[in-house]
Design a protein around this ligand. Sequence first.
Ligand code: MYA
Length: 439
Amino acid sequence: QALEQMKIMDVVKGKAGIGGHNKKDMGAHKFWATQPVPQLGEGPPIDDGYIEPSKPREEVRQEPYPLPKDFEWSTLDINDPKQNKEVYDLLSLNYVEDDDASFRFQYSAEFLQWALKPPGYFKEWHVGVRVSSNKKLVAFISGVPITLRVRGKVFTASEINYLCIHKKLRSKRLAPVLIKEVTRQVHLQGIFQAIYTAGVVIPTPISVCRYFHRALNIPKLLDVEFTHVPRNMTAARMIRVNKVPDTPTLNIRPMEERDVVPVADLFSKYMRRFDMVPVMSLEDVHHQFLSGQGTGKIGDGGQGRRVGQVTWTYVVENPDTRRITDFFSIYYLPSTIIHNPDHKTLEAGYLYYYATDVAFEDGADDDGRLKNRLQSLIGDALVVANQAKLDVFNALTLMDNVSILKDLKFGPGDGFLNFYLYNWRTSKLAGLEDESGVK
Ligand code: MYA
């Protein structure tokens, strides 16, 4: 798929608090050179498969890796509200910022509950480091189990995320120790592959995606300098151009318990379109799409979100057949606005998974039917996001997103996301071929 040059390239100077794209000196990766990952500059593999073989449990290192003195390991019990809050506090002050340190991801405690406890999670994979003397949490890394299909092969892996070291403890080579310790914990469960994403480029991405942003609340986005008024434009015109319809175009309604089976079916069929996807059980579908809706209560200051809401999932039901024909899902991830006297939080939604059965009709991909349907479907996601009083709606250049970004008035941001596999070789997946976001 060709991504056309965006006309509105300058409209949104995307800063969703996404890690930067700073390529450090590609030469030396003292740690990554020792790990079972493809090294930079290696040619494409002949076959897909592991890099080093799995080990029996008794051959896995049994003792934790040593930490510098004054620090100790601590398994975090995310079910304990106090420890859940400790992780939240660490991340909200020290996690990923954009290149010029204007925005920082602010995962909520509820989001972390949701993300860290999918079906079959292991509490041992929620790895913390504390200061021995006062037990303050100063570093964290996590894994959750995931079943992946990469090209033709299906395997169990861990999804590694939320690697975070307190700002005062940076550049002391603590990250490799955390990574090795979570690797050990994953190995102890008989799992030897992992998937992870990062803003930074390390050995070796299998794909890179760009963040695109759809501005919803223009006055605020201008105030906090997330975006600016381009030449030949005025703020008033920008507001008009970006106005989101009041009502959805399709027959959408929030997903319910009874939709789990049809949504799972639609999801797995739609995912056949792509080369690297999660394989989800019914429990996974329930967790990913239904469990994050928060309490019934509409929260803070009349905002259109429920207390503790992390996700929105909507289905499209055919009124005649009662069949579920489409669904889309959004997750809510605000960012802290680091220096602004008036605004503390950038309210952001992210396009998550979606599917439509139009994709299964003969020729729909080629004659524009699929693209049109996705435009309506994701257009309706914008309506939902706007009604939830989100300031911006973000999407990556993956799945079928590229086909609809321009028409739905998304603009390219300055954040990129690199995708990695640990101990698994495969050739590069479709993605961006250069940093301009243009293939
Ligand atoms: S991505 C989000 C990462 N978090 C942040 O960006 C938050 C803000 N930053 C920080 O907290 C720190 O800067 C971090 C690094 C903790 C990132 N992924 O200790 P150091 C390598 C992998 O001196 P610090 C996410 O959560 C770096 O290239 N490696 O550095 C997914 C260098 O190695 P080398 C990274 O800045 C995480 C070494 O660490 C990353 O104090 C996936 C320097 O260590 C990074 N994001 O701390 C982890 N950043 O010399 C891998 C730096 O070789 C999982 N480094 O270049 C692998 C699979 C494990 C499971 C396997 C199971 C089988």
